[in-house]
Ligand binder design. Sequence first.
Ligand SMILES: [Zn+2]
Length: 435
Amino acid sequence: MSSDPHPAARHDARLFAEVDARRDSLVRLTQDLIRIPTLNPPGRCYLEICEYLAERLAGSGFSVELIRAEGSPGDSDRWPRWNLLARREGAPGGDCVHFNSHHDVVEAGAGWTVDPFAGEVRDGRVWGRGACDMKGGLAASVIAAEAFLAACPEFRGAVEISATADEESGGYGGVAYLAERGVFSPDRVQHVIIPEPLDKDRICLGHRGVWWAEIETHGRIAHGSMPFLGDSAIRHMGAVLAEMEATLYPLLAARRTAMPVVPEGARASTLNVNSIHGGAAEPEAGYDGLPAPCVADRCRIVIDRRFLIEEDIAEVKAEVTALLERVKAGRPGFRYEIRDLFEVAPTMAPADAPVVRTTAAAIERVLGRMPAYVVSPGTYDQKHIDRIGRLSNCIAYGPGMLGLAHQPDEWVGIDDMADSAKVMALVLADLLTPA
Ligand SMILES: [Zn+2]
């Protein structure tokens, strides 16, 4: 046994110094990434950002591969879905630690007081679209890897960094595509960290489940002056919504999870009606005539049900079908259809998973406090790594505040990036240079 009370900490001082020495590089890298406007939709500059990172990482000794997700949703010759996969091999016989960041960003939107694609540095922050979500996290992981390689050239195993497309639109041209081709299979990758902006002292273990479905009620068209000759699909849908208010919402609100979801309100099951359409279509822009009087023969809603790890997707669906059947039993002529649109199972890394324990210990050594464990109310690319890649040893950990994501005047703190880069460098050292 070692007499050192903190054997895992033997590289800490060296790693901290290596990250500190790269502070300017960290800022410049973040600025450069923000200045490549990888807007999604439609999927701009994906090749440009992958080539930029490929050159950077090749210079740090990584072998790099550009992978186009051909045939994935949104992929075209005009807007190709490019991904970068970089790997640096160490001595044989160790694990592979993989940092996955999405390189796409959402539109800038209105309300900015700085240029969203200039990468301005002010007040200890880098500003711009994607600064926190998640080019700052991507830059921090690159600096962490470079600092680690400089401090621990004798490491065992492998370090991987990926920059992937389309997370903001479901990840099918990004992580899902790579996972389907075995990139995250447990025999080649053992630990995954996704540097999404969860704050430098929080570990995100996973996310709730999602089920989207479209419900349609049917009626019969008739003249609006004699609605009794028709059958209103809108009134039928009103009965569905009333039944949800009376029975389903109270039930869901009372259903609590042991998952540490933030914010607190998302620790219950939730249901949102994302849209409702019934009767005549919206008039075309520029039409200023009156609408025609008709009884609606169709009404549709899209529901967004977020469910808990304690719930079963089949039961979640059956609950809604049972509700529709209750309405049907009480309403003559009630007819409906329900169609699945999208579903993702909840996922949560076990608290004793190696990547969780190692990251927690690193946060304590860098920040001097214990991490908080959280779960995301919505999904991110961990869903594909867990479901397609079958890898549950995966967390989200990165700098930046989640509340700034997709907002105007998005920024990431330079100290926060440097601190989380130190955490990530320590994680690499602890997992790849066993005593
Ligand atoms: Zn993100």
